[in-house]
Design a protein around this ligand. Structure first.
Ligand SMILES: Nc1ncnc2c1ncn2[C@@H]1O[C@H](COP(=O)(O)OP(=O)(O)O)[C@@H](O)[C@H]1O
Ligand SMILES: [Mg+2]
Length: 293
């Protein structure tokens, strides 16, 4: 077994002697009918994984997802956050403690289930072009980051490489069937409602978020991570003001720094300065603390 860390101690990759799949952030090991999902400290931006990590990020993402899985009234994949020591005999897996989840292995629905309560990101881009987002037409005259009349379900394809692509609900329903598509839309909007209400009580707005669902024996369950700064836009409610971009609790500093650098986005990205790493760590921690305390 092997654990690769960067100079600042961020965990970049793991290598247990088990069948493995590597995502952008997570290393996923096959335990048979269950999976061991390890959140590393990797961070991606502009579809690239950066050469340095954000130490502690994997643990915060794991703790936050676990918090939501417990709070939300919807079935999910989490079995345990304890290391499955019985299945790791002879393996020193201690560095994975706190950042691992044993989950039910699901057949993952090949769509990102995005819910938007506010107009930002690719939704704002689309709206400016055609007054609609993923085929949902919206009132004219909305400003950047404006609250939508009601939250909307705007699915996207899960691209193996590169950008996810926004699609209409109708197109999704053609691919996976009206019944499953309808269940996904209803579930996504309901989970967003529950989460947004909780966050609002903690002074945070969940502008939008992305869920992944899977099927286990016909049962629809939430999989992957939920409602973290990697999958959601969180804004401070007391600073919220539509008409321009908001300060967000995610990789904003990373994206801004990369945009100012001379990186061309077609070659491996540069390492982040320590100051940007520290600011990003603080943002992830603040989101976690505000939502859970
Ligand atoms: N319960 C589950 N069953 C099967 N696959 C899962 C489950 N939970 C998460 N996954 C998959 O594990 C991977 C997690 O790694 P991640 O780094 O988040 O990947 P990505 O680069 O696709 O975002 C994703 O491909 C996700 O679909
Ligand atoms: Mg993911």
């Amino acid at each position: 077994m092997n654990f690769q860390t960067d100079a600042a101690g961020a965990l970049l990759s793991t290598d247990l002697p088990l069948p493995k799949r590597t995502g952008k952030v997570r290393d996923v090991y096959d335990l048979g009918d269950e999976l061991l999902v390890v959140s590393t400290d990797r961070i991606s931006a502009f579809d690239w994984i950066l050469p340095v990590g954000i130490a502690g990020k994997g643990e915060l993402l794991t703790r936050l997802s676990r918090f939501w899985f417990t709070l939300l009234d919807f079935p999910n994949h989490l079995v345990s956050v304890d290391l499955p020591l019985g299945r790791l005999e002879g393996i020193d897996a201690e560095p994975l403690r706190g950042r691992s989840m044993v989950v039910r292995k699901a057949q993952v629905v090949p769509f990102e289930c995005v819910v938007r309560g506010y107009l930002e990101g690719s939704g704002w881009q689309e709206y400016q072009q055609n007054g609609a987002v993923c085929g949902v037409s919206l009132p004219a005259g909305l400003r950047q980051c404006e609250a939508l009349p009601e939250p909307i379900f705007t699915p996207a394809t899960k691209a193996e490489h590169g950008h996810d692509e926004n699609v209409s609900y109708e197109w999704m329903a053609q691919q996976i069937g009206e019944d499953l598509a309808g269940r996904l839309r209803t579930a996504s909007l309901e989970i967003y409602r529950q989460a947004a209400e909780h966050a609002r009580g903690r002074g945070l707005i969940i502008a939008d978020t992305k869920f992944e669902f899977g099927l286990v024996d016909g049962e629809l369950i939430l999989v992957d991570e939920v409602l973290t700064p990697d999958s959601s836009r969180f804004w401070a409610a007391d600073e919220y003001e539509p008409g321009h971009a908001q300060r967000s609790f995610d990789k904003q500093f990373v994206r801004e720094w990369l945009s100012r650098s001379d990186w061309d986005r077609n070659s491996p990205p540069p390492a982040l300065p320590a100051e940007i790493i520290a600011k990003t760590q603080a943002k992830y921690r603040e989101a976690y603390e505000r939502l859970t305390q």
